[in-house]
Write a protein of this length. Structure first.
Length: 217
């Protein structure tokens, strides 16, 4: 099964921690461009992104990725690596493998994502002002600088789906404006599907509005 445009179909996704139910029967179809995932704290936004990244396994339900001219991908198919190659997740916390430098971190990711864009890494790293930090271990960088390193990876991953969890956290004003500008371009080009969980608007006020999906308690 193929599609005329990138579509992420969620069907009855449910998840619970040992002490509480977080998501109940999430069903929707997301399209290319920016979708702003909204809802109060504790409603399951971060959990949903981790489910879609393959970092958590739902109690029930599934997700399916449809792309033009390509076979459909199922979240729990026999080849989970194919799903991970198609979905990039940028979480809200510290960068994993923080013993690596930014250059080593990006090089590691280059080996994981078939459509990785090395020239985009150079461009975004320069725009985020990361030049002085490229050879330092991530663990020695500030929270905001680590966030920039991970966002460079998200912008350069080349995957059809990008998941951003609170991407504006710990960013200075200049970095925030740059990221919002890049997302506004992604919204216009619609060459990828971006699901962005954020307490702040992910796009500049004068850009085309993001699609919204609000999770209810």
């Amino acid at each position: 099964m193929t599609a005329d445009h990138i579509t992420l179909q969620l069907d009855q996704l449910a998840f619970a921690w040992p002490d509480r139910v977080v998501l109940q029967r999430c069903t929707t179809a997301l399209k290319a461009g920016i979708t702003w995932l909204r809802g109060p704290n504790g409603v399951g936004k971060s959990t949903l992104l981790q489910l879609l990244a393959g970092a958590l396994r739902p109690l029930q339900g599934t997700a399916r990725l449809l792309r033009p001219g390509q076979p459909a991908l199922d979240l729990h198919a026999d080849n989970p690596l194919a799903w991970r190659h198609a979905v990039f997740w940028c979480g809200p916390g510290a960068v994993a493998y923080d013993h690596l430098s930014p250059l080593d971190f990006w090089s590691f990711l280059h080996g994981l994502y078939p459509d990785w864009q090395p020239l985009a890494v150079v461009r975004h790293a320069e725009a985020f002002g990361l030049g002085p930090h490229l050879d330092r271990p991530l663990a020695r960088l500030s929270t905001g600088t680590q966030r920039k390193v991970w966002l460079v990876a998200a912008l350069a991953a080349g995957t059809p789906v990008r998941l951003l969890d609170e991407p504006l956290n710990a960013l200075d004003d200049e970095a925030t404006a740059y990221l919002q500008d890049q997302l506004a371009q992604a919204q216009e080009e619609r060459s990828a599907l971006w699901l962005v969980a954020s307490h702040e608007a992910p796009l500049p006020a004068d850009s085309a509005p993001a699609q919204e999906w609000r999770l209810a308690p």
